[in-house]
Design a protein around this ligand. Structure first.
Ligand code: APR
Length: 238
């Protein structure tokens, strides 16, 4: 069983599974997000060029859903862990929802971007735009330049995730690396556990099913994050 002290360095990687109990669909489950839309039709730069309206409406639907969901006990358990570890905890999420920050997590990197934010492809400014008028099916113009069509600030397939140097530096330094609610399908996120392993970190997993990189975990807790994490954090900190 993993043990923590206030100076234990911890990196946590979360995926869609940690938001599942808040009512946000995961990607690869049978009723998942990719069931209704082929990834290449909505989550690639080519899709955005080829059919911007389909891509825009797909993301406007997911953006609007943020108004209807709340953080769940799994998000809240990670806030308690951060209150104990302080800056020794880095939370890296593949999720583009805002539930970690709404729960209160501070040391947070959204490596695949954020639904709340829209980005201008002309001036590259980013804007947190979640007012009612930003969530319609109309394109949102850039407040800073003459560009009439902002894009979702989401890392699409074939695009580079954000803040990788900071993420790799933290993973190479950590004592404990934890994966929560991720299937281990998508790289480079799914390869972080290899870096952690090579750096001698203890690797802990919490997931409903065995992830693709299951065998790299030293400790694995199978089940729903919202049910397991509050008790696990209590045990780890007691
Ligand atoms: N608690 C814990 N784990 C859960 C729960 C739950 N309540 N519900 C589902 N899971 C697990 C599933 O078993 C699955 O392994 O969460 C995982 C979700 O896997 P994916 O749907 O593949 O999502 P994720 O791993 O986050 O995908 C990574 O792929 O499509 C891209 O950019 C997208 O960030 C995403 C990336």
């Amino acid at each position: 069983m993993v043990e923590f002290s206030p100076d234990t360095k911890v990196v946590i990687l979360t995926g869609a599974g940690i938001s599942a109990e808040s009512g946000i669909k995961t990607f690869r489950a049978s009723d998942g997000l990719w069931e209704n839309h082929a990834i290449e039709d909505v989550a690639t730069p080519y899709a955005w060029e080829r059919d911007p309206e389909l891509v825009w409406n797909f993301y406007q639907g997911r953006r609007s859903q943020l108004k209807e969901v709340e953080p769940n006990p799994a998000h809240q358990a990670l806030v308690i862990l951060e209150q104990y570890l302080g800056d020794n905890l880095l939370l890296v999420t593949q999720n583009v929802d805002d539930l970690h920050s709404r729960a209160g997590s501070k040391n947070l990197i959204h490596m695949h971007g954020e639904l709340r934010i829209l980005r201008c492809e002309e001036c590259h400014e980013t804007f947190d735009m979640m007012e009612k008028e930003h969530l319609t099916d109309q394109y949102v113009p850039c407040p800073s330049c003459s560009n009439q069509r902002l894009r979702p600030h989401i890392v699409w397939f074939h695009e580079m995730p954000f803040q990788l140097p900071e993420i790799y530096a933290a993973v190479e330094e950590c004592d404990v690396f934890m994966t929560i609610g991720t299937s281990g399908h998508v790289y480079p996120a799914a390869g972080l556990i290899d870096v952690a392993k090579q750096s001698g970190a203890l690797c802990v997993g919490v997931n409903l099913d065995e992830p693709m990189n299951y065998e790299l975990h030293d400790e694995f807790h199978q089940g729903k994050a919202g049910e397991l994490l509050p008790n696990l954090v209590n045990e780890w900190l007691s």
